[in-house]
Design a protein around this ligand. Structure first.
Ligand code: G1P
Length: 291
């Protein structure tokens, strides 16, 4: 029971980030020195995933270019003797990692995006990573998807990353409810997409990391349109619940909602502070700011 494939839905328009995303995919916005999508791909790679499936749309060419070989750049860096930079460029796509692209012609929702990758995934468990959610594992610990892969190996069932969210934010998330199995795991009995606080079954919100069994494809395909008229992944998971166990996992680490400007700025500040080269100087700079 390996998780070898991951789906990255990257076809969204990124309207929350206009005008920055007018001619550039939101997934290519850099946090410190790396585009958002690279953080998600590195997290998947560290979890053992080797087949990266990007569900793209129009204007997403920069993502394909980013994970392609940049021949002229590599030759120039080699000739200039810039070995370290050459390594940085080459490490974006390790040799044993495969990148596959499939188009989502119409933006019909997250569930629809996942469904677009069905034939590429086939009949095996897979991960879904939403690059907007930048996840940082605990210091010296494992990345969030790696933690989830370990849970998956133990329970052999779908695993959803969750965190407590403020009551007034339930409308932003898929919300789960169920029985606690242990301190970190909940046996999910209900999942609802973006409920109002008054009807939310709990305050456990789904973060953008999933490990799903392939049965979910059938469920997504058989759901009517959900919240916002979209084909929702959450509704597919609600269907899966009727047939299989699904667990919600309280991950260790921190999530930055880089789909919002505030979250994106927080990620930049905190990751800059943690950066081995930039951190100390940036900390000095912030301390001297008269705020
Ligand atoms: C999506 C999912 C939602 C999940 C969220 C996590 O919503 O539909 O269930 O909680 O991602 O970021 P979106 O943020 O795309 O509206």
């Amino acid at each position: 029971m390996m998780v070898n494939k991951a789906i990255f839905p990257v076809a969204g328009l990124g309207t929350r980030f206009l005008p920055a995303t007018k001619a550039q995919p939101k997934e290519m916005l850099p946090v410190v020195d790396k585009p958002l999508i690279q953080y998600a791909v590195e997290e998947a790679y560290a979890a053992g995933v080797r087949e990266m499936i990007f569900v793209t749309g129009r204007h997403k060419r920069p993502i394909e270019d980013h994970f392609d070989m940049t021949f002229e750049l590599e030759v120039a860096l080699e000739q200039a003797g810039k070995r370290e930079l050459l390594e940085v460029v080459r490490s974006v796509k390790p040799d044993d990692m495969e990148c596959i692209y499939v188009r989502q012609a119409q933006a019909l929702g997250l569930g629809h995006a996942v469904l677009c990758a069905q034939r590429l995934v086939g009949n095996e468990p897979f991960a879904v990573l939403l690059a907007d959610d930048l996840m940082v594992g605990p210091q010296g610990g494992q990345g969030v998807l790696k933690q989830m892969v370990e849970q998956f190996r133990e329970w052999r069932a779908s695993i959803l990353a969750v965190q407590e969210v403020p009551a007034e934010h339930t409308k932003r998330y898929g919300i789960v409810a169920g029985n606690a199995v242990n301190e970190q795991l909940v046996d999910v009995s209900r999942i609802v997409e973006k409920p109002d606080p008054e009807v939310a079954p709990s305050r456990l919100g789904v973060a953008g990391r999933y490990i799903l069994t392939p049965g979910v494809f059938h469920e997504i395909a058989n759901q009517p349109r959900g919240v916002g008229g979209e084909i929702q992944l959450t509704d597919g998971i609600a269907g899966l619940l009727r047939r299989e166990k699904v667990f919600a996992y309280r991950y260790e680490g921190k999530r930055y909602d880089c789909g919002s400007k505030e979250g994106f700025l927080q990620a930049n500040v905190e990751l800059a502070l943690a950066h081995p080269q930039l951190g100390p100087g940036f900390r000095d700079y912030l301390q001297k700011l008269d705020i």
